[in-house]
Design a protein around this ligand. Structure first.
Ligand code: SF4
Length: 456
């Protein structure tokens, strides 16, 4: 398809985690500097970039659907696939009709060049092809890179269409939990230097950023490739003028040290908000998962956070139905989950992943049973979330406005990650502003608390 007025238009489709969003957003920023504009809603693109996820078999399926949809909605466009699914199934994707470029995890650092040079060839091949205007050639370009050769850390700090910035500090993982393919897809643990990352945070502050989410794959493992520590990084980021809020996206319980918790408790900028993967509340299942802690350590981390920051929001990941999770083990897990004072569970159903050690565990959990277990934990999660929100009613807390719709009022999050609706007319509270709010009660569907602007 011939670009209009020689301006190349690109559509970006991202699946998966915060890290993927940060990476797509950074890529679109770099390509924008090279004259590739992001398409507007409903506009046809010359290039479609799909950043994929492969955490479950369902994610793979969704990626394939996203690729077909991009082709359908942008006939004749060059199709680029990157991300975890591209790393794990690159060859198969590159052979797919309509897919032009598959970028491996290692080549991500050269993505802008790869895309622009391929686009030149793609245009030429399209013009030379004796098809009608709607037909297209497929480049099927792909260079395979083995896990052991994924070494480059690609920095990224961007906000895309959001209010808060996503700052990537680390990539890859060396933990090899038995159910997880991420170490295979993203390679060994590596990170940027504290100095480089601080410089990115300073740049975000200069562009008006107020809140930064620190993201990565196993961020507590920060420092592997520079000899620094995650604690060093937090201390340095805490000094960046202009950034008022930091959130730690997710951190392994064994890497969330009392020192880090104390530091967040004293800091004005690090929010009372933690996201900690538990994965199972059964020590037997944690052993089968090759996780690096037991429930005793996990509980001690929760207790310590509650001592230092009693009102902290604590989100916890938990998987149901992993291989080996017998009924008895699940009951242990459920009992433990009920016993810990956390704010919400993110519940995931185990999904068989090629190349993972879990496949050697003979005991398989039936999908119906998985579904039942998931329902019970989701109900428990809602109980805990409502109790946590209830405890906030009457408090006055700072809220960062993230959305503002005429007649619908403004929406945002408190420091301790409570969703707030401020029923005021648009314009009174601009987006990306922090406002003190009195939390007066639940909204209609109890998905948020209502915030009244506190008397200044
Ligand atoms: S810590 Fe475990 S679950 Fe998390 S990315 Fe690494 S291997 Fe996967």
């Amino acid at each position: 398809m011939k670009e209009k007025d020689n301006i190349i238009k690109a559509a970006y489709i991202t699946l998966g985690c915060k890290l993927n969003f940060a990476e797509t957003s950074s890529l679109s920023d770099v390509l924008a500097e090279r004259g590739v504009e992001r398409v507007a809603e409903g506009e046809r693109a010359d290039i479609c970039v799909i950043n994929t996820c492969s955490v479950t078999e369902t994610s793979n399926h969704k990626c394939r659907q996203a690729i077909s949809r991009a082709m359908r909605e942008n006939p004749g466009a060059m199709v680029v696939v990157m991300g975890c699914y591209a790393q794990l199934a690159g060859k198969q994707l590159a052979e797919t009709e309509g897919v032009d470029v598959v970028i491996s995890m290692e080549d991500k650092s050269r993505a802008p060049e790869i895309i622009l040079s391929a686009y030149g060839d793609f245009r030429e091949a399209s013009e030379n092809a004796c098809f009608n205007i709607e037909g297209k050639v497929s480049l099927h370009r792909y260079s395979e890179v083995a896990r052991k050769d994924i070494r480059t850390f690609v920095p990224s700090c961007s906000r895309g269409e959001r209010t808060r910035y996503f700052l990537k500090v680390q990539d890859g993982c060396d933990y090899f939990c038995t159910y997880c393919t991420i170490p295979i897809a993203r390679g060994r643990s590596r990170n940027g230097s504290v100095a480089d990352i601080v410089a990115q945070a300073e740049a975000a502050a200069r562009s008006g950023g107020k809140e930064i989410v620190i993201t990565g794959v196993n961020i507590g493992d920060f420092g592997k490739s520079t000899g620094e520590t995650f604690f060093d990084l937090l201390v340095s980021l805490d000094k960046v003028e202009g950034i008022e809020r930091y959130r730690i996206s997710s951190i392994e319980p064994n890497l969330l040290t009392p020192e880090i918790i104390d530091f967040c408790g004293e800091s004005q900028r690090f929010m009372p908000h933690f996201h900690i993967p538990l994965q199972s509340g059964s020590d037997d299942v944690l052993r089968l998962m090759h996780r690096r802690y037991d429930t005793e350590l996990f509980a001690s981390r929760i207790d310590y956070i509650r001592r230092v920051m009693p009102d902290a929001f604590i989100g916890v990941d938990i998987i149901v139905g992993t291989r080996g999770e017998t009924d008895a083990y699940f009951e242990d897990s459920y009992r433990f989950a009920r016993s810990i004072d956390v704010s919400q569970f993110h519940v995931f159903s185990y999904s068989e992943r090629p190349g993972t050690a879990a496949l050697r565990i003979p005991y398989v959990v039936d999908d119906k049973v998985k579904h039942e277990r998931s329902k019970r934990l989701l109900a428990l999660s809602e109980e805990k979330r409502l109790a946590f929100y209830e405890r906030r009613i009457g408090e006055t807390r700072p809220v960062l406005t993230e959305q503002n719709h005429v007649g619908l009022g403004a929406k945002g999050f408190t420091d301790n990650y409570v969703r707030v609706e401020m029923p005021i007319e648009a314009g009174e509270r601009p987006v990306n502003e922090i406002t003190k709010c009195v939390l007066t009660g639940f909204n209609a569907d109890k998905s948020a608390l209502v915030g009244r602007i506190a008397d200044l």
